[in-house]
Design a protein around this ligand. Structure first.
Ligand code: DX5
Ligand code: ZN
Length: 218
């Protein structure tokens, strides 16, 4: 199946959020990526429910919520009510990941788990069959516009093998520093979903930039 594009709104113009969501609606993007940061799990604070509800009101594509928060179980119901379609929690933020994943799925959302750059892929060995998506961080989470960490490519290949060995149906999503220099190798290495923030929103023609990521033609 063709890979998906999930533009990260973290790099959007917050004074013109509706305009930027409508740009995504019109584009070849498949999902809309929302980065939720609590100032504890990561050093930054992004945005909360009023913004998520506003995004949901205007978005015509699935909401791909990436929770960079401690103890995400506290808010699973709230993210469901706010309209998340895919809910991804961090491996490093969950004490009872299996329970968290089951809860997300019981509400009808796709359940994802994310790994920070330092967390070995094999940590997912006993949960991989239960998750719908694995998000590999290719930067340390917290900010847009950081430099891609190249060993993410080896990690993607290792994850692809784990998914196949365990007969999992999980999709692989990559997040951080994705642009025209690495998109093709990431897809060739097994990524199903490319998240991209600053590369899209800093470009002059955002619709064309998304099209380039989709067609891998730059
Ligand atoms: C980082 C976030 C990313 C970020 C990606 O913590 O999870 O989604 O917005 O931005 P770029 O593509 O600029 O690295
Ligand atoms: Zn993200």
């Amino acid at each position: 199946m063709a890979h998906l594009i999930s533009p990260s709104l973290l790099s959007a113009d917050f004074g013109n959020l509706q305009r930027d969501i409508e740009m995504i609606n019109k584009s070849d993007a498949d999902w809309i990526h929302l980065d939720i940061m609590d100032g504890l799990f990561v050093p930054n604070i992004s945005y909360g429910f009023p913004i998520i509800q506003l995004v949901k009101k205007h978005a015509k594509k699935p909401i791909d919520a990436h929770l960079m928060i401690v103890d995400p179980d506290r808010y699973i119901d709230d993210f469901y009510k706010a309209g998340a379609n895919i809910l991804t929690v961090h491996y490093e933020a969950c004490n009872h990941l299996h329970r968290t994943i089951q809860k997300i799925k019981s509400l009808g959302m796709k359940a994802g788990v994310s790994l920070n750059p330092h967390s070995p892929v094999h940590l997912l060995s006993d949960i991989i069959a239960d998750v719908d998506l694995v998000l590999i961080m290719s930067v340390n989470p917290g900010y847009g516009g950081q430099k891609f960490i190249p060993n993410a490519i080896e990690r993607i290949k290792e994850l692809k093998k784990l998914i196949s060995d365990k007969k999992s149906k999980a999709q692989i999503e990559i997040d951080g520093g994705v642009d025209n220099t690495n998109a093709k190798i990431l897809v060739d290495s097994g990524c199903d979903v490319l998240v991209s923030g600053s590369y899209i929103f800093k470009s002059e023609n955002q619709i064309e930039t998304i099209k380039g990521l989709k067609n891998l033609k730059f």
